[in-house]
Design a protein around this ligand. Structure first.
Ligand code: SF4
Ligand code: SF4
Length: 279
């Protein structure tokens, strides 16, 4: 929202406040995203657009955004979408799924909105294209290999909660840069800041980063998560423990591996999850 501090002739000694709420209304198509990235929005929906609580700003953007996803055919060695119930051709959260086939893409509408989008573009029929697309998706899934059973990890995370030595070891290489959270498609914590110039300004919401020491810093100076170990325990605990506990076992990680490939010190969330499992 935007705000403006105003003085009135009736009460010149006090500052009044004028507010202008701005709900986003731009229509957007995200084209060519990967399934792992879009799956994140299905996870946000369980938090920001539920029957119980709806965030009007998130909801407005979500309702005005459509996703055209391209199935992944060349997973990297940092990918582990198959660990968390997903896969290279997952259509969770998307509107149209494209699968690369000989001579183009097989397009499949996933939602009613996706159906409407496909009706707007020129497509050609190709005999046997569904079987070809299924084979492409199957081959990509096979490249990922076997996945460990991590269904016991949510419970074990809670058992490991008070073992700070364990979390200290798991965080030894971390330099608290926050890259892992800022590029994560399933991280959704935010901060609220007032930016003003003179008497007017705006209140904005920005992505926040739980790996930063400031994240839980309280006004008194006390910080309930004072070390890297406390913060990593929260990050991994939220994704693999508390969120699944609240949302029918769904893990708050799409296995995209972005945090693994971009961490400057090669902290690998898969290793932490497996160490929790093996405890
Ligand atoms: S990207 Fe790596 S070093 Fe940076 S905060 Fe995350 S785990 Fe720590
Ligand atoms: S693999 Fe890492 S970046 Fe990707 S969703 Fe999971 S925690 Fe986030």
């Amino acid at each position: 929202m935007r705000f403006k501090r105003v003085k009135t002739p009736e009460e010149p000694e006090t500052l009044g406040l004028e507010l202008e709420e701005t709900v986003p209304d731009a229509k957007t198509v995200v084209f060519g995203a990967r399934p792992c990235g879009i799956r994140g929005f299905a996870m946000f929906d369980r938090v920001y657009a539920t029957d119980r609580v709806t965030d009007p700003y998130y909801k407005a953007r979500r309702d005005n955004t459509r996703f055209v996803t391209v199935a992944c055919t060349a997973p990297m060695n940092t990918c582990f979408c198959h660990w968390v119930g997903s896969g290279p051709a997952d259509d969770d959260g998307t509107d149209v799924l494209l699968v690369p086939v000989e001579g183009g893409y097989a397009a499949r509408a996933v939602s009613d909105e996706g159906e409407a989008m496909l009706a707007l573009v020129e497509t050609t029929e190709k005999k046997g294209v569904k079987a070809e697309a299924d084979a492409v998706a199957k081959a990509a899934r096979e490249k990922l290999g076997d996945a460990p059973d991590i269904s016991d990890v949510p419970g074990k995370i809670m058992e490991a909660f008070d073992d700070l030595d364990f979390w200290t070891e798991m965080t030894a290489a971390c330099v608290s840069c926050g890259a892992c959270t800022y590029l994560c498609p399933t991280c959704y914590c935010f901060n609220i800041t007032d930016e003003s110039r003179g008497l007017s300004g705006r209140r904005i919401r920005t992505w926040d980063n739980c790996m930063s020491h400031n994240y839980t810093q309280e006004a008194s100076g006390h910080n309930p998560r004072p070390t890297k170990a406390h913060r990593m325990r929260n990050r991994v605990g939220h994704k693999f423990g508390y969120y699944p506990d609240l949302h029918d076992g769904t893990i708050l990680c799409c296995g995209c591996g972005r945090c693994v490939s971009r961490c400057p010190n090669s902290v690998d969330i898969r290793r932490i999850v497996m160490r929790v499992k093996e405890r």
